[in-house]
Design a protein around this ligand. Structure first.
Ligand SMILES: Cc1cc2nc3c(=O)[nH]c(=O)nc-3n(C[C@H](O)[C@H](O)[C@H](O)COP(=O)(O)OP(=O)(O)OC[C@H]3O[C@@H](n4cnc5c(N)ncnc54)[C@H](O)[C@@H]3O)c2cc1C
Length: 466
């Protein structure tokens, strides 16, 4: 069966854009496309699964709206907060209580030192209670050449020693990437620090420069979420985009035609052909690579080289559990445990209320995919046992629990990632096709929104210049 989004646009009629993937990137792109292209444009969002949101999924758990995937928006950068306001959720933004997470070391929860950047201290003395930090003698040369890259592990180990890396930096980064610090690109995961290192010969000086307070006034919250769950942001963005959203529609092939783009989508025995003037790929790296193989092999190769880590999340609701007054804790991988972090969600987020205590436990790092094969009961038992060990308490029986597996969910940016992505975009050129999302531009929701919007800006500009 053949289905065109609308008839051919040879006469300069309304634009037709196909967005592949209805995660937050694809939906933010669709929303921005609507702004640029107006009401006449046809914007189709093809989503292979039966729901919107990708890695964002809120469920009703113990009578609360609880996240099974991403739980917070970075409010320190503008994109997520601005999108929430633009789609009518400004009044529903809520903020954490301001409790700090702890670091679980040798069966004890300790405070993270102040003045660090993703665990890297501005002064080695600040972390003396936790890690032996030895700063390398200063050779007067900037640590990074312009455009050069290195792994976070290499930087921190060589400049401040292995303990700072293992006890502070790795747990912080593991909370976001579930990755291996020796394979994570400094430029991609700490771009501001990488730029500062082009001017500084001491790592601590670069951190201090970045951490210097920009002025006085009350500190703004770094994170936020939406009362009722982040799925509300997903649906509100989709509604505001007024896009033609097709759930259960896998895009399986893509080719350029003399008039634009043609995609083969839908079930193998009954495929549809979608015609569009432009395409935005807002899918993880593997499907994006598959779709680009016949279009631009160089871009496909870049994407197929992005590894992914898998994680499992256990959520528990307790009538009462004796939790420390913190937002949760992180653990170093060297502790040899399966649990890498826990969030005391009902303490961290006041809007959830404390009548029932909700704890989210995160398990799995890069290379630990086998963990996801354990059955739910085994994962829940492991999470509860280790929770008790980290907190030094006997954990009571939860009144409700659930396990969510996120296989291949967190992209790992290896050194040189940004250069490779820039080259892939260069190779795609101005053919009215764009790549966006966590696979290329950043794991966080705010970064994904920025990426989807930038793709929409670029595609709209190309369509208008035609
Ligand atoms: C457990 C977990 C916790 C996280 N916590 C946070 C957090 O607290 N804060 C934060 O900012 N970020 C967090 N993240 C990261 C963030 O959620 C993701 O990076 C982001 O949501 C990715 O958005 P995306 O749209 O780029 O990709 P995705 O959400 O992966 O969406 C891509 C969509 O494309 C669809 N798709 C794939 N192939 C095809 C195809 N061929 N045809 C059609 N559709 C296709 C998929 O089904 C999916 O819906 C977390 C991630 C995980 C896994």
């Amino acid at each position: 069966m053949s289905w065109a989004i609308t008839p051919d646009r040879a006469d300069g009629g309304p634009a037709r854009v196909l967005v592949v993937g209805a995660g937050i990137t694809g939906l933010a792109a669709a929303h921005r496309l609507r702004d640029h292209l107006g009401e006449d444009a046809t914007i189709v969002v093809a989503e292979q699964s039966s729901r919107l949101g990708g890695k964002i999924r809120t469920v009703d758990f113990a009578g609360r709206a609880v996240e099974t995937g991403a739980e917070s928006l970075l409010a320190a950068r503008p994109e997520a907060i601005e999108l929430a306001r633009a789609v009518g959720l400004g009044g529903d933004l809520v903020y954490p209580a301001g409790l700090k997470p702890g670091l679980s070391l040798g069966g004890e929860l300790v405070d993270f030192p102040a003045g660090h950047m993703m665990g890297i201290p501005g002064d080695p003395a600040d972390v003396a209670a936790i890690a032996d930090a030895k700063e390398l003698p200063d050779d007067g040369m900037p640590i990074l050449r312009p455009g050069a890259d290195m792994s976070v592990g290499e930087l921190v180990r060589s400049r401040l020693g292995a303990e700072v890396l293992d006890r502070l930096v790795a747990p912080m980064l593991s909370g976001v990437y579930a990755g291996d610090v020796d394979r994570l690109s400094l430029r991609a995961v700490m771009p501001q620090l990488a730029t500062a290192l082009e001017r500084h010969s001491r790592l601590t000086d670069a951190v201090t420069e970045i951490k210097r307070p920009a002025g006085t006034g009350p500190a703004k919250p770094v994170f936020a979420t939406v009362d009722g769950g982040l799925t509300r942001l997903v649906y509100a963005t989709s509604a505001a985009a007024r896009a033609d959203v097709r759930l259960g529609m896998t895009v399986r092939e893509l080719r350029q035609t003399p008039y634009g783009w043609e995609a083969v989508a839908g079930p193998v025995p009954d495929p549809m052909r979608l015609k569009a003037d432009a395409v935005i790929l807002a899918v993880p790296a593997r499907p994006a690579a598959d779709l680009l193989r016949g279009v631009e092999p160089h871009a496909a190769a870049t994407l197929s080289g992005v590894p992914y880590a898998s994680v499992a999340l256990a959520a528990f609701a307790f009538d009462h559990i004796d939790l420390p007054e913190r937002s949760g804790f992180l653990t170093p991988a060297s502790g040899g445990k399966t649990v890498k972090a826990a969030t005391f969600a009902s303490q961290k987020w006041p809007h959830l209320g404390r009548r029932r205590q909700i704890v989210r436990v995160s398990m799995g790092r890069l290379g630990e995919e086998a963990l996801l094969q354990y059955d739910d009961a085994t994962l829940a038992k492991t999470a509860l046992r280790e929770l008790g060990e980290h907190l030094g308490i006997a954990v009571p029986e939860p009144i409700e629990w659930r396990i969510d597996r996120w296989g291949g969910a967190l992209p790992q940016y290896s050194p040189g990632h940004l250069t490779r992505v820039a080259a892939a975009r260069e190779a795609l050129g101005k053919r009215a096709i764009a790549i966006a999302g966590a696979a290329v531009d950043g794991v966080g929701i705010a970064a994904c929104i920025a990426s989807g919007q930038a793709a929409a800006d670029e595609i709209s500009a190309q369509l208008k210049s035609e």
